[in-house]
Design a protein around this ligand. Structure first.
Ligand code: THU
Length: 142
């Protein structure tokens, strides 16, 4: 079964609905289509100790790792408004780990699920650092 973009968008919006964003009031959802054909979603989870909050993308990646997924084929991020909710710098690095140097499509949708922006993880993080930059062993991950 081919996962359609609208399925991924719906998963990201559903995840956003579960966000724990009581401090920023900025709920975000992310949905990954992984190499195993499954969708893994996540929402942001904030904390009273503000810097300890987790982004939606990071939690979606955690769910992918806990499932059968080993690589990101596509990621959709659903922001809460009409503005672009592009992944933060830290999330770009986390996505890069599982999308590889060549990258994967990144689609940003707004509150209603309308596509605002389509790019790739490689374009969001040029000249990136990854496993293969650590040692020859890292080549296994590429
Ligand atoms: N946030 C995400 O979860 N993903 C993004 O792409 C951007 C920002 C979260 C972090 C924080 O909980 C809230 O949005 C406001 O920054």
């Amino acid at each position: 079964m081919t996962v359609e973009l609208n399925e991924l968008i719906k998963a990201a919006m559903d995840a956003r609905g579960k966000a724990y964003a009581r401090y920023s009031n900025h709920p975000v959802g992310a949905a990954i289509l992984a190499d195993d054909g499954n969708i893994y979603a996540g929402c942001n989870v904030e904390n009273a100790a503000y810097p300890l909050g987790f982004c939606a993308e990071a939690n979606a990646i955690g769910n992918m790792v806990m499932g059968q997924g080993k690589a990101i084929r596509h990621i959709v991020i659903a922001g809460p408004g009409e503005h672009l909710c592009t992944p933060c710098g830290g999330c770009r690095q986390q996505i890069r780990e599982f999308a590889g140097k060549a990258g994967a499509p990144v689609t940003i949708v707004d509150r209603t699920g309308a596509v605002l922006f389509e790019t790739t993880s490689a374009d969001l993080l040029p000249h990136s650092f990854g496993p293969e930059n650590l040692s020859s062993e890292g080549k296994d991950h590429e």
